[in-house]
Design a binder for this molecule. Structure first.
Ligand code: NAP
Ligand code: MG
Length: 483
């Protein structure tokens, strides 16, 4: 019998009011029910919002270093449970063992990073225009905040929102993604063990419409941090704006890597390949377009096809190069895009089919896929696919490469492979993306620098991670002190 997990509200593990639950299955073997979770309703979230509001004043008055010490202990607790969290992530989301353990490690590091920040929350001193005066600023918490997260980084993203929210004195109601709520549950168990006071951190599982929506439409929620699709994020931002909530939505991407003639083609292949097929292409920063100069187009295409056909695909516990899609619907969506690409006239070079046969029979497995001859007018080149599908596009100049790279509605991450310093700088100057990388893959982020997108990838209100995480979760009070 799979374990049934509860909501975490006011320091207690509780069933939802209705008592209904939903199940999460292993995407590599759908016969396995990994766990069951509470199918909560609006009434459950309202309860969590109430207790979070009640707990906020005391939490804000708790000295920041004490709040930091709790985060530090939670990080240590998670470190102790590293293997269990990694396996949970593999089983519920389908990541490979290496990807999952990397992500769990990231969550631990984030807790430790913001634990240190507790002693250094900032505030500035400026020169006043009067004598006997002080002119300073201080950071204050916003109040009670909502956190809504996607399934594709189901422990790192909750951690990078929870940690800065809590350390700055906010109380939190978190709704994890329904495909992968098990690792958020572990985060809250660690926070509980670390001594987080009752009501300060709350987690409620259930659907977006029942559990997510109240976090954007409820007047007692002071800020909402959302990561997910552009479609849902746009709606969430619109609703949040009606009562002037502070809102931050990080959303989809259509990330390019430009390959110039001076690039080392085997290095460029690795950069594009890992970016495109790592996490089964289910990263907001995944590379979905290789924009290649005509002088190296054939060489690069041969090389990336070879790379792709050599990838191993299997259940994540076997630690292959690529695991399954998270769900049937994501698999179906990828296969639909393969069909769309074919009809649009792109050339399917490799992959494109669901994997069947013994070890694949009960999972959502698809072949890593490469299309060539893709042009900007194609849907293949414009829409977020969120699967292991790479479009290779040919351009005849650096200028055209930049123009093609920017010719999408998204602007999350972008990279270039080149040995030409001028091209590298010009790329950084002109690319429309929140993250610009030279000779690096589009995926992979450092936790202590800002992260976020341009255009439809983000509300572009605040960045996440690093000091930007503290900015989002605090208000600045300017103090004029004459004495
Ligand atoms: P999603 O479908 O937009 O869901 C994101 C979260 O919103 C989930 O917790 C979902 O709940 C919830 N939700 C759904 N409808 C809602 C509503 N009406 N009100 C409030 N919340 C609602 O995204 P996903 O499929 O989980 O994740 C994939 C997407 O996330 C991709 O587009 C990817 O690019 C994006 N992403 C962006 C970043 C970034 O930092 N820019 C990072 C990772 C992923 P349920 O799970 O219960 O449906
Ligand atoms: Mg979804």
């Amino acid at each position: 019998m799979p374990t049934t997990y509860e909501n975490y509200i006011d320091g207690e593990w509780r069933d939802s009011t209705s008592g209904e639950t939903f199940q999460v299955r292993n995407p590599a073997d759908t016969d396995e029910v990994v766990a069951r979770f509470q199918k909560s309703r609006r009434v459950d979230v309202l309860e969590a919002i109430d207790v979070a509001c009640d707990a906020q004043e005391d939490w804000a008055e708790t000295p920041a270093p004490e709040r930091g010490a709790i985060l530090k202990r939670a990080g240590i607790a998670l470190d102790r449970r590293r293997d269990e969290a990694t396996e949970t992530l593999v089983r519920e989301e389908g990541k490979t063992q290496s990807e999952a353990s990397g992500e769990v490690g990231r969550a631990i590091d984030i807790f430790h990073y913001y634990a240190e920040k507790a002693r250094d929350l900032g505030g500035i001193e400026k020169s006043p225009s009067n004598r006997n005066a002080e002119l300073t600023t201080r950071r204050e918490p916003l109040g009670t905040v909502g956190i809504i997260t996607p399934w594709n980084y189901p422990i790192a993203i909750p951690a990078w929102k929870l940690a800065p929210a809590l350390v700055t004195g906010n109380t939190v109601v978190h709704k994890p993604a329904s495909e992968a709520p098990g690792v958020s549950r572990i985060l809250f168990e660690c926070l509980e063990e670390a001594g987080l006071p009752d009501g300060v951190g709350n987690m409620v599982t259930g659907s977006g419409s029942e559990v997510g929506a109240p976090l954007s439409d409820h007047g007692s929620i002071d800020a909402l941090s959302f990561t997910g699709s552009t479609a849902v994020g746009t709606e969430v931002a619109r609703t949040s704006a009606t009562d002037l909530k502070r809102v931050q939505c990080e959303m989809g991407g259509k990330n390019p890597t430009i390959v110039m003639p001076s690039a080392d083609i085997s290095e460029a292949t690795e950069i594009v390949g890992v970016g495109a097929f790592g996490t089964t292409g289910q990263s907001c920063t995944a590379c979905s377009r290789a924009i290649v100069h005509e002088d190296v187009y054939e060489e690069f295409l041969d090389s990336i096809i070879k790379y792709t056909t050599n990838l191993t695909v299997a259940g994540g516990l076997e630690d292959p190069d690529m695991g399954p899609h998270v769900s049937e619907s994501e698999l179906t969506s990828t296969l639909e895009y393969v069909e769309i690409g074919r009809k649009e006239g792109a050339t399917l070079e490799t992959g494109g089919s669901e994997l069947t046969g013994e070890s694949y029979a009960d999972g959502h497995f698809v072949e890593p896929t490469v299309f060539s001859g893709v042009t900007t007018d194609m849907r293949l080149a414009q829409e977020e696919i969120f699967g292991p599908v790479l479009s290779v596009m040919c351009v005849d100049s650096f200028e055209e490469a930049i123009s093609v790279a920017n010719n999408v509605d998204y602007g999350l991450s972008a990279s270039i492979t080149t040995q030409d310093l001028s091209e590298a700088h010009e790329f950084v100057d002109t690319i429309e993306a929140g993250v610009a990388k030279v000779n690096e893959k589009t995926t992979g982020l450092e936790l202590h620098v800002p992260f976020g997108g341009y255009k439809n990838s983000s509300t572009n209100t605040y960045r996440e991670q690093g000091d930007a995480g503290l900015d989002f979760f605090t208000s600045t009070k300017t103090v004029y002190m004459n004495y």
